[in-house]
Design a protein around this ligand. Structure first.
Ligand code: NAP
Length: 256
C-alpha cells in the first residue's frame, strides 16, 4: 500500500486506458500528483476514483507551453516531481494506422509527432520540475519488436522510444534520474475502439489474444503494477532498459 507514499507523479494520458491503470495503481500505493489528457470529461471521471491527492490537468502533449503548464502547476502544488510516466500517445485522432502503400507524409509525421517527438519533449519540459533521483517511465510497445499490419510507423516510433531511454539515461545520469521503458503487449483499452469498427472488435481482439501465450489480453492494472515497480525504490538499479509486459507474446511462439 505504501510503495509510493507521498511521491509526486505525473501520468500523461492518465484519463484513459493504460494511463488510468497506472494512475490507479500509483494512487493505491500512496502517490499524489497529476493525470493529464485533453478530454475534460474523462479527466474528471478518472479523477473521482483516485485518492484526493491527485489533480486533473488538461493539455496537448504536442504543445510545449501546455506541457510546461502541467509540470509547473503540479510542482507549485506538491513540490518537485518524483515520477514521470510518458504514456499519452497511441492512435492519432481520426488517422488510421496504414501500410506504406497507403500512408501520406502528413500521416507519417502525425504518428511520429504523437509517439516519438512528444515523448522526447515531455521529458525535456519536465526537467526543471523533476527531483534529482526521479524515475521516468516511457511507455513503449511490443509493436517495436513484432511487425503487425499497418503498424510499421507506430512500431518504428516506439522502437525509437526504447532507444531514447538509453540516451536519456546517459544525459540525465548526473542528476541520478533513471529512464526506463515499459512496453505493453495487447491491452484492452479505448484505443481499440478508435482503430476498429464496433462490429469487428471482438473478432480482431480474439486474433490478438490467440497470439498471447497466457491466453488473455492484458488489463491496464497489469501495466499499473509493473509501473509501480519501475517507479519505486525496488528498481533503483534498473536504468536505461525495457520491461515487456505482454503475456509472453513477443518472446514465445505458440506453435501448434
Ligand atoms: N492498448 C494497447 O494494446 C497498447 C499496447 C502497447 C502500447 N500502448 C501504448 O500505451 C499508451 C496508452 O494507450 P492506451 O491503449 O491506453 O490508449 P487510449 O486509451 O487511447 O489512451 C491514450 C491517451 O493518450 C492521450 N492523448 C492522446 N493524444 C494526446 C495529445 N495530443 N495530447 C495529450 N494527450 C493525448 C489521451 O487523452 P485525450 O484523448 O484526453 O487527450 C488518452 O489519455 C500509448 O502510448 C500506446 O501507444 C498501448
Amino acid at each position: 500500500m505504501n510503495k509510493l507514499r507521498n511521491k509526486v507523479a505525473v501520468i500523461t494520458g492518465g484519463n484513459s486506458g493504460i494511463g488510468y491503470g497506472i494512475a490507479e495503481a500509483f494512487s493505491k500505493e500512496g502517490a499524489i500528483g497529476a493525470i493529464t489528457g485533453r478530454n475534460k470529461d474523462t479527466l474528471n471521471k478518472a479523477l473521482k476514483s483516485l485518492n484526493s491527492g491527485f489533480l486533473a490537468l488538461s493539455g496537448d502533449i504536442n504543445r510545449g507551453e501546455e506541457l510546461e503548464h502541467i509540470f509547473k502547476t503540479t510542482s507549485d502544488k506538491f513540490g518537485e516531481i518524483d515520477i514521470l510516466v510518458v504514456n499519452a500517445g497511441g492512435v492519432v485522432d481520426g488517422v488510421p494506422m496504414e501500410s506504406i502503400t497507403d500512408i501520406t507524409e502528413d500521416h507519417f509525421d502525425r504518428y511520429m509527432d504523437l509517439n516519438l517527438k512528444s515523448a522526447y519533449f515531455t521529458v525535456k519540459e519536465s526537467l526543471p520540475y523533476l527531483k534529482d533521483g526521479a524515475s521516468i517511465i516511457l511507455i513503449g510497445s511490443s509493436a517495436a519488436h513484432r511487425a503487425a499490419p499497418g503498424m510499421t510507423v507506430y512500431g518504428a516510433a516506439k522502437a525509437a522510444v526504447i532507444s531514447m531511454a538509453k540516451g536519456l539515461s546517459l544525459d540525465l545520469l548526473y542528476r541520478n534520474i533513471r529512464v526506463n521503458v515499459l512496453s505493453p503487449g495487447t491491452i484492452k483499452t479505448p484505443a481499440f475502439d478508435k482503430m476498429i469498427p464496433a462490429e469487428s472488435l471482438d473478432e480482431v481482439l480474439q486474433t490478438w489474444v490467440d497470439l498471447i501465450p497466457v491466453g488473455r489480453p492484458g488489463h491496464p492494472s497489469d501495466i499499473g503494477n509493473a509501473a509501480v515497480f519501475l517507479a519505486s525504490e525496488d528498481s533503483k538499479f534498473i536504468v536505461g532498459t525495457e520491461l515487456l509486459a505482454d503475456g509472453g507474446m513477443t518472446n514465445i511462439s505458440l506453435m501448434k
